[in-house]
Ligand binder design. Sequence first.
Ligand code: SF4
Length: 411
Amino acid sequence: MARMSVFHHACTVPLARAIHARAMSVACSGTATVTAPSLNKKKEDPQVLLGMSEQDLQQLALDFGQQSYRGKQLHHLLYKRKVKEIQDFSHLPLAFRNELQDAGWRVGRSSVHKAVTAADGTVKLLVKLEDNRLVETVGIPVKDDKGSVRLTACVSSQVGCPLRCSFCATGKGGFSRNLKKHEIVEQVLAIEELFKQRVTNVVFMGMGEPMLNMKEVLEAHRCLNKDIQIGQRMITISTVGVPNTIKKLASYKLQSTLAISLHAPNQKLREKIVPSAKSYPLDAIMKDCRDYFHETSRRVSFEYTLLAGVNDAVEHAKELAELLLKWGPGYHVNLIPYNPIEGSEYKRPYKKSVLAFSTALESRKITVSVRQTRGLDASAACGQLRNEFQKTPLLSGAEDQQSQSELLVVA
Ligand code: SF4
């Protein structure tokens, strides 16, 4: 896509006592900075505590005439105690709570509109945002050999998605807007609350293209890592490929995994499956991935959805191996047998095709994993559950579609 899009969000601090005349910046993995709430905010933007760093919360406390340790308490209440309402911040003086509320501050947690549990324990949530829009988030518990449970949260980064990959339920459901950092972070907290345990892994593989919302995704990443204490290596950012963004992401030197949704071993087939690939040739993506590996020393993972009769032949596997070997070491392929969605022309591949495909890759020294399909009975494909509810959408079509002309070009 020649012109790719990202919204630039801002929070606001309109009341005199809450104003602090400095541009706060949030260290992102110690190397790059992402601008946090500043003075140049639109008045109508929400003032949300969730997503703020300890340093910012301390400054906020000072701005309200409190001592800075009140900011540490706020941090504890938000991220350890996971309190959802300012009035329930019982550690804080009532007067401070009231002042925060009167100044328009809120925690920034949304309600869960619907939760669907599959037989294997996977839970898909529909989170209802402040503007009544719905996003999906999925909690995936996996028991390891020692009996301890790893809990992965698969989070959304946008409401819907503008990229319209041909096999994807989210793409078919249309695009509304980017999520703000707290709307990403709260998905993880909602999963923790539901499972009553800590999330160990986060994958940005839910609704939306994270690289079209990079600023908020990076700020959410900072919060998940520094405030909620999920290791960077436990976080995966997945992209279908947006020009100029892999390079930009590499410059932050995150220790998280970059996953590229490839789905085809050549440009022609890829364009059929992923229409946005027209603007980002395969060779350019592979070069950016090689540079990403050199810059971060982090292995790039390739996601490959197997569509029966489309991209699942052994010949495709051989071509994929050739492509990956041409661009260097450090690659891993994650095969995803397609999850059928209503109205799609694609079909789920046979088990023997999946096995033949992975064997062909392995015999060419490519490391492979096959993603176990989880929660098939809980509308497992990304966007499916939301689409079911959007058949009777909470908003009218006109309200729900943000104008593409509002999209800005990625720097
Ligand atoms: S697969 Fe990902 S990038 Fe493609 S339409 Fe779906 S959500 Fe968007």
